[in-house]
Design a protein around this ligand. Structure first.
Ligand code: SF4
Length: 245
């Protein structure tokens, strides 16, 4: 079975959600909230890759038919944080490096930096302040394992690169929009270096093997249900289809 990091992670989080997405192929509607983390993360990635703020904003705007005042606040946030990202994140030799092993794995390395000694560093960009939540993630360990296996090159260092978010919540009447944007002006990109852990690879293969043998996909209720794109569908046992495309 070919897995991606997010596919396996979905199964780890909730086997039932995995079944809905990857077996039943049920697609949730796009979340068109102005602060949709997926839209913002994609725009930030685009900006870092092209070093072009306009391209990042185009990417963000492309998801919306109409740009509202709430969207404009998100655009201001992108304009505030990207110059810092350009200054603090090194130019990578390759962005979105595809790792593809038939019947086994697919993934994309956000940024590869080539070192003077011929080794590489792997950067994984996160538009998030949740440093503790991500730094134990197996993702970059798995990417190092496959990159070295596919190319024969050596990966020296692994980094999660956190592009900060504003910690000020926007009021409904937008009265604090300058506070929301100014909060970002005081923040820097954070590099979290992680030491390669072989155990993460063993764990990855053990979980992959369990997934391949799985025949039962139970609901796993947790705090993550709050962010589940199919929570109404799940909780109504399929009766509420309002979240579906
Ligand atoms: S709401 Fe919770 S239990 Fe239901 S599919 Fe989503 S994550 Fe799983």
């Amino acid at each position: 079975m070919k897995v991606s990091y997010s596919k396996l992670n979905t199964w780890n989080t909730c086997p039932f959600l995995y079944k809905l997405k990857y077996i039943d192929k049920i697609e949730p509607k796009d979340d068109l909230s102005p602060d949709n983390p997926l839209f913002i993360g994609t725009a930030i990635h685009e900006g870092i890759e092209t070093r072009d703020i306009d391209k990042a904003i185009e990417s963000y705007k492309s998801h919306f038919e109409e740009i509202t005042p709430e969207n404009e606040v998100e655009i201001e946030k992108i304009k505030t944080i990207l110059p810092k990202a350009f200054e603090q994140i090194p130019e990578c030799e390759t962005y979105e490096y595809k790792l593809d092993i038939p019947e086994e794995f697919i993934g994309y390395i956000d940024g590869l930096v080539k070192n003077e000694d011929g080794t590489y560093d792997i950067l994984d960009f996160k538009a998030s302040n949740n440093i503790n939540g991500y730094k134990t993630s197996p993702q970059v360990h798995i990417y190092k394992y496959y990159f070295e296996r596919i190319t024969g090159n050596t990966v020296r260092d692994l980094y999660y690169v956190f592009i900060p978010k504003s910690s000020v919540k926007l009021n409904e009447d937008l009265s604090n929009k300058s506070d929301v944007v100014n909060d970002l002006a005081d923040r820097d990109v954070h590099f979290e270096k992680v030491e390669f852990d072989r155990q993460q690879i063993n764990y990855f293969f053990a979980r992959k093997s369990l997934l391949e043998k799985s025949t039962s996909f139970q609901k796993r209720y947790s705090s993550k249900c709050n962010w589940c794109p199919l929570k109404k569908f799940c909780k109504s046992n399929g009766a509420d289809r309002s979240e579906l495309k």
